[in-house]
Design a protein around this ligand. Structure first.
Ligand code: FES
Ligand SMILES: [Fe+2]
Length: 344
């Protein structure tokens, strides 16, 4: 099992237009992404068979990708269709084909899998399905940000509670009398689940709106290997708020993060929408800043983390991701469960 065995978002469906080619970086590969004349998304290695020009710098004409150097033409899944210098009658050998990758479009995203291997049909035959996406009653907001950080550090950040008081003061949480939080942390094969207890409102000035009676909040965080986090909140009986983040490794210390927010605030849904959008943009840009600075230090001095007990889920995520980098199956460790406590 390796990082190449999983589905990664390469763009939003709406951004992959007919008769256009996109250049995509993913892990250590370069991809040329385009649509055939039938509108089917095709992902091929971004290297022309002829003299290795970058195909993503070419043009798509009637669903055929034309190399920018000498005009060789490619069709579905990188099949070579024509060589202009040989004349219109020339038929290229059928075996001439640029290496291609699996593509799936789901929930408004285009996903690519580099390895083409089905490690286990049930594990990764389809991309992750975003919880509550297009579910009745739920609003949806989608955001994209570029983090100068590695995937595991991004994933950790998205399910890290103690930083919120310091990085997002006032917006997400505020410093007050420290509140003791308990959590059950479970490592379930390669996934990590955190279920919080006795968390009450500490959400800055909009606590009054989300949780006016200050009831205990239902809160779970999940990490699905290798690159997905999902955060789920429920306030009182009705108000629900979820954040799904997919961290895409596009280069060394560079991660594109797609965030899907789904929320059901009942009658407040439409009124809340601009506010949720504004708050999410602000919170994520604060994370982009702190993560970029963390990366600068790691690049200068190397990564040397000291963890405490409340960092348990982060330690597990780092281990799972590093196993995958080494082509090891992170699930062999099996299930573990521990309770932790910390203050926010
Ligand atoms: S390099 Fe692509 S056609 Fe020559
Ligand atoms: Fe944050």
């Amino acid at each position: 099992m390796s990082l190449k065995d999983f589905w990664y978002i390469v763009c939003e469906t709406k951004d992959l237009k007919a008769n256009q080619v996109m250049g995509i970086a993913l892990l250590d590969d370069w991809i040329a992404l385009y649509r055939t004349s039938e509108g089917k998304a095709t992902a091929i290695k971004d290297r022309c068979l002829h003299r290795n020009a970058r195909l993503s710098k070419g043009r798509v004409i009637n669903g055929e990708l034309v190399c920018p150097y000498h005009g060789w033409k490619y069709g579905d899944q990188g099949k070579l269709l024509g060589v202009p210098s040989e004349g219109a009658q020339h038929t290229p050998r059928a075996s001439l084909c640029v290496p291609h990758f699996d593509v799936v479009e789901n929930e408004g995203y285009v996903y690519v899998r580099l390895s083409g291997e089905r490690v286990e049909e049930k594990l990764n035959s389809q991309p992750f399905s975003i919880p509550y996406f297009r579910q009745q009653g739920f609003q949806h907001i989608r955001l994209k940000h570029i983090f100068n950080a590695e995937v595991p550090n991004c994933a950790e950040n998205f399910i890290d509670i103690p930083h919120t008081t310091y990085v997002h003061p006032g917006v997400f949480r505020y410093e007050k009398q420290p509140q003791k939080i308990k959590a059950e942390v479970e490592r379930e094969n390669g996934n990590v689940h955190i279920r919080y207890q006795n968390e009450t409102s500490n959400f800055g000035w909009f606590s009054k709106f989300l949780n006016p009676s200050n009831k205990e909040i239902y809160h779970e965080d999940h990490y699905y290997f290798p690159n997905i986090t999902h955060v789920e909140y429920q306030f009182g009986h009705r108000m629900k708020f979820n954040i799904t983040s997919q961290s895409i490794p596009v280069g060394p210390s560079k991660t594109v993060v797609y965030t899907d927010l789904t929320f059901d605030y009942g009658i407040w849904n439409w009124l809340a929408r601009p506010f949720v959008y504004w708050a999410a943009k602000k919170i994520i840009s604060q994370d982009v800043q702190i993560m970029g600075e963390q990366t600068q230090v790691i690049e200068k001095y190397g990564e040397l983390f000291n963890s405490t007990r409340s960092d348990l889920h982060h330690i597990w995520i780092e281990k799972i991701y590093s196993d995958l980098r080494l082509n090891k199956d992170p699930r062999v460790v099996g299930n573990q469960k521990q309770n932790i406590e910390f203050f926010i």
